[in-house]
Design a binder for this molecule. Sequence first.
Ligand code: GDP
Ligand code: ZN
Length: 289
Amino acid sequence: MTGRVIKFYNSFFFVKVDAELIPCKLRGLLQRDKKIGSAVCVGDFVEISKLKDKSGVIEKILPRKSLLSRPLVANVDRIILTFAAAQPALHPLLLDRFISIAENSKIAEIIICVNKIDLIEDKNFLSEYENLYKVIRTSTFTGAGVEELKEIISSGVTVFAGASGVGKSSLLNKIDSNLKLKVGEVSEKILRGKHTTRVSELINFCTGFLVDTPGFSAVDLIDAGITAENLKYCFKEFEKFSGECKFLNGCSHSHEPNCGVKSAVENKKILRERYENYLTLLQEIGARG
Ligand code: GDP
Ligand code: ZN
């Protein structure tokens, strides 16, 4: 039978099959494969066989759609990149860093949530990103956008990412009052989990699942598996123009002549600020020309 790994606890993988939660061990062959990413992760769909004592054995991991490294969770359907409109101020470089990690993890749905919208006048805040990603603006104080957010996360597995203090716990509590997260609690988890790979758990949330640890406790691109060669694919609007680059796939869109991406920036078809953030991140990875 097929199920989904919900948590890892006491050396057992808990696999949810319909309404049942079955503690499972790994079939010997899988067990030897210790490399992160090929062993079983929370979020994986697996084939199991049941034993007489009601426990089970994981026979096979089904192919993954996506894999997020921190927290280590497979098959996340969407990521909500949470920022505050103010207090703390939103830094586009941090936003593009988060977006890059999410893109690199192959998470299908990337949504930007600007919380604390009550603190600013501009209700179109961050509209320049709207051509690229869905942007929702929320306030846990006025309730603005909260229903929209609830609707979005009503199915599948959602992970919330964002720096501490942007209001993630407040938002989650507002959406599902059964959760009762202490305001500030999620941020403590971020600090504690900084340099370790935390084992996450999928928890029922509304009608979907929520990853219980915030995503991206580390915002290091190299840590997240991003290289100088693949960073450009994390800026999805570049692709349309990269066919015009003289060096085609070999072009890093930084120092090369006849670059389609650079022309698109000049012609205002690509947001200059995004492009500049790309260059900054590329330089940080340490491969610039
Ligand atoms: P987390 O660290 O991301 O989980 O953030 P918290 O939920 O702990 O909230 C951090 C601070 O921001 C708290 O003082 C909250 O009261 C405040 N806060 C949360 N949401 C909003 C909002 O929509 N508007 C304003 N003005 N403050 C908020
Ligand atoms: Zn180029």
